[in-house]
Design a protein around this ligand. Structure first.
Ligand SMILES: *Cc1c(COP(=O)(O)O)cnc(C)c1O
Length: 396
C-alpha cells in the first residue's frame, strides 16, 4: 500500500487532502517526496507565520526538551509562566491573565466558559451572540458558536443559547440582546468564512454596546492574531480592546498551543477547579512561543505590511485583467481572493506549478504566506497565480 492508500484505509475520512506528500519544510518552502520544491503561501493555515522551522524557535524547543517535555499543571513549569506573562501583557499590562490550551477550539472553549460563569454570577445570564459565517473550532461547544449550518449537520442537539447576528451589522446585534445575553464572540477578520474584515465603526460600536449592557466582548484571533494582519492582534487596527482574546495557530510556530487571554473583570472570573487541561501549556510549546513572541517585533510587522501592500497591488492588477476575480479582501497578509466560480481547480493548478495556496468557502482563494516573505517571493507567487487565471479563462 502506498501512503495515500494507507491514509484512505487507516485515517478517518475527514480531510480531503491535496496531492502533496511532504518530505521537509524550511522557511517559506516545502519539498515533496520527489524532491520538488514549493513556495508555501498557506503556512499550514497560518501556523508557521515565521516560516517553517524558524531557527530560534527550534533551538528553544530543543533546549526545553533537554530538560523535560511535561510535568503536569499541578506543578510550576517556569517557561509556561513566562509565556503567560508575555501573552497577558500583550492584552493588558496591569490586569491581563492567560490560560494555556492546546488549540484554537480549546482556547475558545475557555473563553466561552469564562463568559458563562460571568453570566451566571451576574444575574443568571448565558446567551452568547456570535455571527453568521464565523468559525470558532471543531469541539461541540465551539461548533455551536460557529455560524455555518454545514458544521452543525448530524450533531443536533447542540449546546444551546448561541444566537447569530450579521457580521458588520450592529443593528442585527442590538436586536438579539435581551436580559439573558452575556457575551459577544467575533473574529475581527473572519477567516474560514471567506476572509471578511470587520468595519472600524462596527467593532467600536460593538465595544460600547458591550460596555452599556455589561457583556463580555470576546475576540477570536486564532487566525487573525500573531501578526497575521500586520499588527500583533488584528484589533489593534481598530483602537478597541476585548475582554477576552483567543490565540492559537501561530503562537508556537508549528507546535500546538492555544491561549485565552483576559483582562479586567473577565480575568478574575475563574477560581481553582473551574477549568483545566492535562497538556495545555506544554513546556516545549511554551518555550517555542517565547521565541516566537521575541521575534514579533514592530520591524517585522511593519515589513509584513509593506509586503502585503506590494502583494495587494499585484493582485489588483490581476483583478483588472481576469474577470474571474471579483474582489480582493482581508487585512495584512490574511488575503482573500473572491472568485465568481469555485476555486478548487486554481488551488490544484498552483500546486502543480509549485505554489501552495488554499480555497475556503468554495470560491475564496486564501493566501496566508509567512510574515517573513520577500517581494521576490511575491513575484514568484503572482506569476503562478496569473498562469492559473489564464488557464482558467482558456478552459472556459
Ligand atoms: C482555526 C481556527 C479555530 C480553531 O482552531 P483549532 O486549533 O483548529 O482548534 C478557531 N477560530 C478561528 C478563527 C480559526 O481560524
Amino acid at each position: 500500500m502506498n501512503i495515500k492508500q494507507k491514509e484512505a484505509k487507516y485515517y478517518m475520512k475527514v480531510f480531503k487532502r491535496c496531492d502533496l506528500i511532504v518530505k521537509k519544510a524550511k522557511g517559506q518552502f516545502v519539498w515533496d517526496d520527489k524532491g520538488k520544491k514549493y513556495l508555501d503561501f498557506f503556512t499550514g493555515i497560518s501556523v508557521c507565520n515565521l516560516g517553517h522551522l524558524n531557527d530560534a524557535v527550534v533551538k528553544a524547543a530543543k533546549k526545553q526538551l533537554d530538560s523535560y517535555a511535561h510535568v503536569s499543571n499541578l506543578y510550576y513549569a517556569p517557561v509556561q509562566v513566562e509565556a503567560a506573562e508575555a501573552l497577558s501583557k500583550k492584552l493588558d499590562k496591569a490586569t491581563g491573565k492567560t490560560f494555556l490550551a492546546n488549540s484554537g477550539a480549546e482556547a475558545n472553549e475557555c473563553a466561552i466558559k469564562i463568559a458563562r460563569k460571568f453570566g451566571h454570577t451576574t444575574g443568571g445570564r448565558y446567551e452568547i451572540i456570535a455571527f453568521n459565517n464565523s468559525f470558532h473550532g471543531r469541539t461541540v461547544m465551539t461548533l455551536a458558536a460557529t455560524g455555518q449550518e454545514k458544521c452543525h449537520e448530524f450533531l443536533h442537539p447542540l449546546p444551546e443559547k448561541f444566537v447569530f447576528a450579521e457580521f458588520n451589522n450592529i443593528k442585527s446585534v442590538k436586536k438579539l440582546i435581551n436580559k439573558k445575553t452575556v457575551a459577544v464572540i467575533v473574529e475581527p477578520v473572519q477567516g474560514e468564512g471567506g476572509v471578511f474584515t470587520a468595519d472600524k465603526k462596527f467593532l467600536k460600536e460593538l465595544r460600547s454596546l458591550c460596555d452599556q449592557k455589561n457583556l463580555l466582548l470576546i475576540f477570536d484571533e486564532v487566525q487573525s492574531g500573531m501578526g497575521r494582519t500586520g499588527k500583533f492582534f488584528a484589533f489593534e487596527h481598530y483602537g478597541v480592546k476585548p475582554d477576552v482574546v483567543t490565540l492559537a495557530k501561530s503562537i508556537a510556530n508549528g507546535l500546538p498551543l492555544g491561549a485565552a487571554i483576559a483582562c479586567g473583570k473577565a480575568a478574575e472570573v475563574f477560581t481553582y477547579g473551574d477549568h483545566g487541561s492535562t497538556f495545555g501549556g506544554n513546556p516545549v510549546c511554551c518555550a517555542a512561543a517565547l521565541a516566537v513572541l521575541k521575534q514579533m517585533t514592530p520591524a517585522l510587522l511593519k515589513k509584513s505590511l509593506q509586503t502585503s501592500k506590494y502583494l495587494r497591488e499585484k493582485l489588483g492588477v490581476l483583478k483588472e485583467k481576469y474577470p474571474l476575480i471579483k474582489e480582493i479582501r482581508g487585512t495584512g497578509l490574511l488575503v482573500g481572493i473572491d472568485l465568481s466560480a469555485p476555486g478548487g481547480d486554481i488551488v490544484n493548478y498552483c500546486l502543480k506549478k509549485g505554489l501552495i495556496i488554499n480555497c475556503t468557502h468554495d470560491t475564496v482563494l486564501r493566501l496566508l504566506p509567512p510574515l517573513t516573505i520577500t517581494k521576490k517571493d511575491v513575484d514568484s507567487a503572482i506569476k503562478i497565480l496569473e498562469d492559473a487565471f489564464k488557464w482558467a479563462a482558456l478552459k472556459k
